[in-house]
Design a protein around this ligand. Structure first.
Ligand code: FER
Length: 204
């Protein structure tokens, strides 16, 4: 199960309509590069009146509040209604920008729920790593993959750089990918292309 989250300008259709996630993943699967997986692409705003057209500085709380929806509502719903694996090592959480910040914020503080976490071009909603990694040894032990990536010309590259440097300082293993590009879909599609094949495999 991969829970894949969108950014501030998108809704739940962003990853397929603009990111062609279905096509990228189907092609990887056809090439035998992907462990079969089910991808859930929810709307990541938990607020009644906040949409992708709401000014950016007013959207933060809706993205933050989604943690409770994801953990207490969406994942239980999926696992109750569909025949899916429901152990932590069968759950991945990744996203782009605001969704990248959500993935790092929620993933790193819920290690009993997720073993695979990815932040693509994570936004300033990303909390300081000191808040997310209380025990570097536990994080290291429990995470199968921690992926941090960004385009080299992204206007919020400093967020990912800070995450990468902080994780290095704490000696928490992670994959750091600096790719070519701005804050744009071509970068995130490539992120998905390289991130997804790593999921749900033996790592050590
Ligand atoms: C910001 C810069 C970028 C910000 C949010 C973003 C809320 C998010 C971008 C995206 O999701 O694509 O200052 O503040």
């Amino acid at each position: 199960m991969l829970y894949l989250l969108h950014g501030i300008g998108d809704i739940e259709t962003g990853w397929t309509k603009l990111g062609a996630a279905d096509v990228v993943l189907d092609n990887l699967f056809a090439d035998k590069k992907l462990v079969p997986m089910i991808v859930v692409m929810p709307n990541g705003r938990a607020a009644k009146d906040v949409t992708q057209r709401t000014p950016w500085d007013k959207q933060g709380p809706a993205f933050e509040a989604f943690e409770k929806d994801l953990l207490k509502d969406l994942i239980p719903f999926v696992e109750k209604n569909y025949s899916v694996k429901s152990d932590r090592e069968s759950r991945a959480l990744a996203g782009l920008s605001m969704g990248g910040g959500q993935s790092l914020n929620f993933g790193l503080t819920n290690l009993d729920t997720f073993a695979w976490v990815g932040g693509f071009a994570s936004a300033p909603n990303t909390k300081p790593i000191g808040d997310l990694v209380k025990s570097p040894s536990e994080t290291t032990k429990k995470l199968k993959l921690l992926w941090v990536s960004c385009g080299d010309a992204d206007f919020i590259l400093d967020v990912s750089k800070r995450v990468h440097a902080s994780l290095d300082e704490l000696k928490v293993p992670h994959e750091w990918h600096l790719s070519e590009g701005k804050h744009e879909w071509p970068v995130w599609k490539v992120d998905l292309y390289y991130f997804a094949p790593k999921l749900f495999r033996e790592t050590r």
